[in-house]
Design a protein around this ligand. Structure first.
Ligand code: CTP
Length: 407
């Protein structure tokens, strides 16, 4: 792709140099545009040396003798010649400017003239990030179709810890690469995705849960939406933001998740059950906080409803994808669950292996289908794994619905 990298004025501006390199290594052509504020943090020469191109720093090239009509309309030419605009770091000020449509420097003017994909990677102090004004601007930009690469949590230049650190350049580059491949091949489908753990209460202050982070399910929901599907995401309690363009239904317990899934089932055409649902719930939840005694405490647990198996019975011509979290015998268990729960496809992963499974940004999976197909995917980022799973679902859909048509 031909990419314009807009660099905003924040401490993280230096990371844009690494992003430039990563984009070039992925085969993209990069043109850098810097705001005045960005030049307070990093010299244009750094980007000129990396890209071998003149860095655009102002709307009017007063300095040059060719201050002609063509330089006055350079933003239009740059907008027309490029496929994607990424702004990293996107400061709070830049987000505000883009949201209200100001055009008082090259980058904001370019944004207004740009008709291709826009990716924004915000970076700022936590209080500025969480401020309703910033969030409202993001909401506006996202509704307008901008892709937002949310910032990471961590140490910030202001000496505090929290959300607001520019996303790792590798994550931004990966998101751009996945956008380059985006097809809208799931337009017309309604995905019902479940994600995260469930929490089963013991008493009003305690619960039993598991280590599922929700990342895999959220990435599948996000990817399906990007590929054109309407997506409903039923999620247990997690610490990650809801993907944009996805309807989120938050639940806590396995019973609540079952109810939400059953309510959404009618409209769904493809169901992906990624959630790590508790297999048991506490039979006698104490209405008051349990008090500590010297005696052993036993809990009575009853089995929860198996939501996947129930959907398997009711699925009709819907495509049903289950997951299996295993610590051993991955393929055997995945095939057993595929058949016993009447799924069309099952994605198995070993959750006790380094760099995969719960909490990790990576995953490594075996995908098995009813037709006997087995595909290994990974180790790779959860974004790449989500794309692979959706590619397999697309193939499965073709074989199932294609065969229907012939019949
Ligand atoms: N699942 C479900 N409802 C449950 C338990 C599991 O819908 N009460 C779904 C999960 O969302 C997942 C699949 O079943 O898609 C497999 O979950 P997993 O925990 O691996 O398997 P279990 O059937 O619970 O078997 P086991 O715990 O014995 O491995």
């Amino acid at each position: 792709m031909r990419i314009v990298l807009g660099v905003g004025g924040g401490i993280a501006a230096y990371k844009a140099a690494e992003l430039t390199r990563l984009l070039q290594q992925s085969g993209h052509q990069v043109q850098v545009v810097m705001t005045d504020a960005a030049r307070e943090f990093i010299q244009p020469l750094t980007f000129a040396a990396l890209t071998g191109r003149k860095v655009i720093t102002s709307l009017f090239s007063h300095e040059s003798s060719d201050a002609t009509l063509s330089s006055a309309v350079e933003h239009i030419a740059v907008a027309q010649e490029h496929d994607l605009l990424v702004v990293a770091p996107a400061t709070a000020d830049l987000l505000a400017k883009l949201a209200i449509g100001r055009a008082d420097d090259f980058l904001s003017t370019l944004y207004l003239a740009f008709t291709g994909t826009v990716v924004l990677a915000p970076a700022m102090n936590t209080a500025m990030w969480t401020h309703p004004a910033t969030q409202a601007n993001l909401e506006t930009l996202s509704r307008r179709g901008c892709e937002i690469v949310d910032p990471d949590d961590g140490w910030l230049a202001c000496g505090t810890v929290g959300a607001g650190r520019l996303a790792d350049p590798a994550r931004i580059a990966e998101r751009i690469n996945s956008l380059g491949k985006t097809r809208r091949d799931f337009e017309g489908e309604t995905f019902l995705v479940t994600a995260g753990p469930t929490q089963e209460a013991l008493d009003p202050v305690r619960y039993i849960s598991n280590r599922s982070s929700g990342k895999m399910g959220y990435t599948i929901a996000e990817t399906a939406a990007k590929r054109g599907a309407k997506v409903v995401l039923v999620s247990g309690p997690v610490n990650i933001p809801a993907p944009r363009n996805v309807e989120l239904i938050p639940v806590k317990t396995a019973h609540e998740m079952r109810q939400a899934v059953m309510e959404q089932l009618t409209d769904a055409t493809i169901i992906v059950k990624c959630a790590a649902v508790a297999d048991y719930y506490v039979a006698n939840v104490s209405p008051q906080k349990l008090k500590k005694t010297a005696a052993r405490l036993s809990l009575e647990l009853d089995p929860t409803p198996d939501i996947l198996a129930e959907v398997g019975q009711k699925k009709a011509d819907r495509i049903l994808v289950g997951f299996a979290a295993e610590t051993q015998n991955l393929l055997e268990e995945s095939r057993r669950k595929l058949l016993s729960k009447n799924c069309d496809m099952l994605v198995g992963n070993l959750v006790n292996q380094e760099g995969a499974g719960f909490e990790s940004d990576q995953n490594d999976v075996e995908i098995v289908t009813r037709s006997g197909r087995t595909v290994h995917a990974g180790p790779a980022s959860k974004y790449e794994i989500a794309e692979r799973i959706l590619d397999e679902i697309a193939m499965l859909r073709l074989s199932i619905r294609g065969m229907d048509r012939i019949a």
